[in-house]
Ligand binder design. Structure first.
Ligand SMILES: Cc1ncc(COP(=O)(O)O)c(C=O)c1O
Length: 403
């Protein structure tokens, strides 16, 4: 069986993890700070704080901006449930909009759904392909949209417009107009989950890139407190002699990154441009060349004049098939020993969201993308032979079903 996903094991990691284990400091400390600094340098944003998951990073930022009941947050229908769940956690109203042909949020659909209650937009860089950030950033700055924004917290007053909070869970290292994700909008959040391009087992990073008059350093310090119970000092500072006394000024959260996670991230980042991205790109190119031969194959966009993907997942679409036919193709592929997946079940198709009144009929493009989509394996240790097997099995399974 060729698995859908396999984490890469790098022997050098064991020695580095061992050093941290022996250092006497396992939780947030020097490794986390170093990793944050390296992410900032890599992405070109202003400041970064690492957390224990992208989900919590997104939620913390919605809460930091003061989003709650009565506020609306726009997200694309085509995303993982995390993007929607965090809005629900905050008690805000979820506004789910349709996507474009490239799976990413449609700018026209955002425009149609902006109201005076809209406080944030969460574009998702699906599969690692950045959204059209110039278009999103221009939209929230438009005079008529700014003028209807009603600020109800200090942060909202300072920004004076809708917050663009990018769900960049898939897109570490992706490029939009010569700039890396993380630096493209107000705030971006990466995921370092085990199946992501760059992993810390579980983990995430909040890349701050807030415009003036924000002091990103100050926001970073406030977030360090927020991710650790609202405690005025972190555990490392408390260990300093005579420094035990602390205070809590807000009921914070517990979603800090540990040094054990960070050291894995540091090693992953070191080889990311030299090894990881080229290996993933090679697989995309091989799939593109092979499936490009067939009229039934609709290839994913991984590069265009403005964008280069991080090659996170390969979402192949089959032209003209139904959802049932797609499911049958997947059944065949699996029987022939190749692990594939579907990314994603659009949010309005999930029971919880359906029960809240969301209807997949309102986002026909998301449904069309989903109903014809099969995600193929992409990972560093997928050998050339295995890639050829994937191509052969997918091709024969599709052709058997569509005739
Ligand atoms: C688009 C998207 N957003 C957010 C997340 C959540 O990431 P994490 O597991 O790090 O919380 C995921 C995870 O798969 C995702 O695919």
């Amino acid at each position: 069986m060729i698995p859908f996903f396999k984490p890469h094991y790098d022997k050098s990691m064991a020695a580095e993890i061992d050093k941290v284990l022996q250092s006497g400091w396992l939780t947030t400390g020097p490794q986390t700070k170093k990793f944050e600094q390296q992410i900032t340098e890599y992405c070109g944003n202003r400041k970064t704080i690492c957390v224990n998951a992208a989900t919590n990073g997104l939620e913390i930022m919605l809460r930091w901006f003061g989003i709650g009941p009565g506020d609306e947050v726009i997200i694309p229908a085509y995303t993982y449930c995390a993007t929607a769940n965090v809005v629900v956690h905050c008690g805000a109203t979820l506004v789910i909009v349709d996507v474009s042909d490239d799976f990413n949020i449609s700018i026209e659909e955002i425009e149609k759904h902006v109201t005076p209650h809209t406080k944030a937009i969460i574009p998702v860089d699906f599969s690692g392909l950045p959204c059209d950030y110039d278009a999103v950033n221009d939209l929230v700055r438009r005079k008529e949209i700014r003028s209807q924004f009603t600020a109800s917290t200090e942060e909202q007053k300072m920004l004076g417009r809708i917050l663009v909070l990018a769900d960049a869970a898939h897109s570490v290292g992706a490029v939009y107009k010569n700039k890396r994700t993380g630096s493209l909008t107000d705030v971006s959040v990466f995921s370092f989950h085990a199946a992501k391009n760059l992993t810390t087992g579980e983990g995430g990073a909040i890349c701050l890139n807030l415009p003036e008059p924000f002091d990103n350093e100050k926001v970073y310090k406030a977030l360090c407190i927020k991710v650790l119970h609202g405690q005025s000092k972190d555990a490392l500072s408390k260990t300093k002699e005579g420094s035990w006394r602390y205070d809590v000024n807000e009921a914070g959260y517990k979603c800090n990154m540990t040094d054990l996670q960070a050291v894995i991230g540091i090693i992953e980042l070191e080889k990311y441009e030299s090894d990881t991205l080229p290996a993933r790109k090679q697989i995309f190119e091989k799939y593109d060349r092979a499936f490009g031969e067939f009229d039934w194959a609709e290839l994913p966009v991984s590069k265009d004049s403005d964008r280069i993907s991080s090659f996170h997942i390969y979402p192949l679409r089959i032209r003209g098939i139904s959802e049932d036919q797609r499911d049958n193709i997947i059944q065949r592929i699996t029987e022939d020993g190749v692990g594939v997946n579907v990314h994603f079940m659009p949010i309005p198709m999930l029971s919880f969201y359906k029960e809240q009144g969301h209807d997949i009929g309102s986002t026909p493009r998301a449904y069309d993308n989903y109903s014809r989509e099969i995600t193929l394996p992409v990972y560093v240790d997928l050998s050339e032979d295995d890639q050829s097997t994937v191509i052969q099995v997918v091709t024969s399974s599709v052709e058997r079903i569509i005739g």
